[in-house]
Design a protein around this ligand. Sequence first.
Ligand code: EPZ
Length: 403
Amino acid sequence: MSVGGAKNAVLPIMAACILNDGENTISNVPDLADVRTMMELLETLGARCEYADGELLVDSRTIDRYKAPYDLVKTMRASVLVLGPLVARFKKAEVSLPGGCAIGERPIDQHIKGLRILGTSVQLEDGYVSAVAKKLEGTTVPFDLSTVTGTENIMLLASVCEGETVILNAACEPEVVDLANALNLMGAKIEGAGTDIITITGVSSLGPLKGYSIMPDRIEAGTLMIAGALNESDLLIRNCRFEHLGALAGKLLQTGTEIEKNGNSIRVRGTGKIKSIDFSTLPYPGFPTDMQAQMMILMCVADGMSVITENIFPQRFMHTAELRRMGADIKLVGNSAVVRGVREMRGAPIMASDLRASASLVLAGLCGAGRTEVSRIYHLDRGYEKLDEKLQSVGASIWREQE
Ligand code: EPZ
């Protein structure tokens, strides 16, 4: 099975196209609902987008609007990533507040703090963030916490702000690095991406991106690795970057799963005996919150008890109620889940609630005895391209049906 381009890298890079006036071409772009939503949002702003076979064109020359409407933003929180670029292009922006989602309240106070520090006045009116920039000037932006899209929004705006901007307590995720690489190819001057201090020297204008290839999706890779750890499977996962998967690989090894790195492929073998382990989600390079639900499946059928602590989105446990329907033994205590492994889970009709939970329910269906029906898999299609077909290709009995 081969891993596709990273959803959480392509979305900010698409937003970055607002910063230039040209025909941007991006490759290794996954065919995901969220990519289509971002294309629709850019077209709402006046851009022309074309997508075929992993190749995306964003012609930003015709962008002439600065308002991101609620009906689009409410379906995808990552829409907030157009805020910084619109302020950079128009010196003003109106972006709907993203609102919450199944994994919890999704505040953007740090985004707003950064915009204000760079010289933007920001009001919250009628559910919209209204930003007007009088004089944009680079300076130090100290974040109170590690925020991926907050870091990305400020990096996007600062890249064309006069002067030098230093982001302190920046997010270190690989997707932030991919965005910085793309911006530097457009002519930006960004250093330190991947560390918690990012320095951006503003330039007067940026050129179009030509043929940038999106990094592999580390969360899709991790999801497939867990599929390999289940049911004594033996999977070869191609086109992934092992260096992005250290925290997950370390935890999988502790469960007794065998992992073999081979160039840009990873071979994962389940031994049939899964040891229970504890883990806590943390900002990168810690264990990713986007892998918490998937790793919980392994713990549901492990020998013993595990404590899973969710430090990023404390309510990100919507999947546990569905897993209990399959016979999982999970108790929620604050922002932790105490999981006692059972000999086997049993198939049942279950319902997806959010993107990563839906992937975990598919994994549960793979290891549950009998038939499992996962409904509302539109959540899955937001962030996984043909996951059912990829799993089918390695022998899983999985198929789509009309609801
Ligand atoms: C990004 O979301 C990812 N999305 C999420 O992936 C991922 O789960 C998350 O980072 C954490 O790694 C994209 O990149 C498009 P944060 P983001 O800002 O940027 C709090 C998926 O499944 N916070 O890093 O929205 C926040 O509440 C998605 O692909 C504030 O308090 O997450 C959370 O507790 C789900 N104020 C923590 O910081 C702010 O202004 C980390 O959030 C911003 C964030």
